[in-house]
Ligand binder design. Structure first.
Ligand SMILES: [Zn+2]
Length: 353
């Protein structure tokens, strides 16, 4: 039992938990001494949690304090009575709400509305919708964490959750144009095409996965894979769409703007690839508002040797000082990823009709 007059690490532990939960410890703060203000906070906590209000930390209060301060991932979350409560539940609720899955109030209580939101989320990312937040559900959420945590600063595709039927079960290859051994073009202040492409690839891939698509990355981080090998990987996996991510580069630093490529050689060209390129280019132009360098038919290896509709995207020039500066901004990269995503979405919508 910890109460008035107790001192030491145990008190520090109790005080930390109370502070984490937003209970004021007054000027004393976390000092390891159980005095009036700590007692006051304990009483308030007990009242809020329907515990006997003794002002002392007995076993029941301690258990409740531990439960309330769980971090997401410390324990599985699911619907049971009494309802699970805690910081982990609040975090889960705020993430789900940010994604458009309505949990009701962010109150840290795992009730029926939260369970419904979990099931809906699981269904959307292709997981069994059992309502239990365990490792696989957390992995799916963690994949999206970077995007979610920068939610305030970045743009989300509109009506994200309405497009699930378009993406669910689709296989989409994300070809990150350059890796560490092969940095690609380099900007005036040293930004590498490889770093930006990797980030763009993950952002784009996260959006696809969120909507239930399977994403095949044709190369792993820090790995170099031959162009023809990357096409073969996509062909073997029979992906539906292939998107290769690059940035443009030029020795003329004034060169700037957006272009998207599809396969063409002589008088042969990929009709579907061209359509996909048109839609992505249109989204990039309206979102980024850079110069229109048009869609172009090219005989690039990854476009020629892939069997599915394939495009290679160069959203801007990394060698242009202004565009390099934009590329350093997270919000701008997210805009690129969202625009490419929206282009793919438009293409899939067209295929449905
Ligand atoms: Zn490149």
């Amino acid at each position: 039992m910890i109460g008035k007059g107790s001192r030491g690490d145990e008190v520090v532990d109790v005080q930390r938990k109370l502070a984490t939960l937003g209970y004021s410890l007054g000027l004393a703060d976390v000092d390891g001494i159980f005095a009036d203000e700590t007692e006051h906070a304990v009483k308030k906590f007990q009242r809020d949690h329907q515990l006997p209000v003794s002002g002392e930390v007995d076993e029941g209060t301690w258990r409740e304090l531990v439960e309330a301060t769980y971090k997401l991932g410390d324990r599985p979350l699911y619907l049971r009575t009494p309802f699970l409560r805690g910081e982990d539940v609040s975090k889960l609720q705020s993430w789900l709400n940010a994604l458009g899955f309505n949990t009701g109030a962010i109150d840290g209580i795992f009730g029926p509305a939260t369970e419904r939101a979990v099931r809906e989320f699981q269904g959307n990312v292709g997981l069994p919708s059992d309502g239990i937040v365990g490792d696989s559900t957390l992995d799916a959420l963690h994949n999206l964490r970077n995007i979610l945590e920068s939610n305030a600063r970045v743009e989300f595709p509109e009506r994200l959750t309405s497009s699930v039927s378009l993406f669910k079960g689709r296989n989409i290859a994300v070809d990150i144009g350059h890796g560490h051994l092969d940095p690609g073009a380099i900007g005036p202040t040293g930004l590498k095409e490889s770093e930006v492409c990797e980030d763009l690839g993950l952002r784009f891939g996260n959006l696809l996965e969120l909507l239930g698509a399977h994403v095949l990355y044709t190369r792993k981080r820090e790995q170099s894979t031959e162009l023809s090998e990357r096409a073969r990987i996509a062909n073997d996996a029979r992906v539906d769409i292939f998107v290769s991510l690059h940035l443009n580069g030029s020795s003329k630093t004034e060169a700037a703007g957006t272009s998207t490529y599809y396969f063409a050689s002589g008088n042969r060209y990929s009709r579907k690839g061209k359509r996909l390129a048109e839609l992505i280019q249109k989204e990039l132009l309206s979102s980024l508002d850079r110069k229109d360098n048009k869609i172009r038919g090219k005989n690039f290896t990854v476009l020629r040797t892939t069997k599915m509709p394939a495009v290679l995207v160069e959203p801007v020039f990394i060698t242009n000082p202004e565009e390099e500066r934009l590329l350093r901004k997270e919000a701008f990269r997210q805009k690129i990823a969202v625009a490419i995503f929206d282009g793919v979405q438009g293409y899939l919508r067209g295929c449905e009709r």
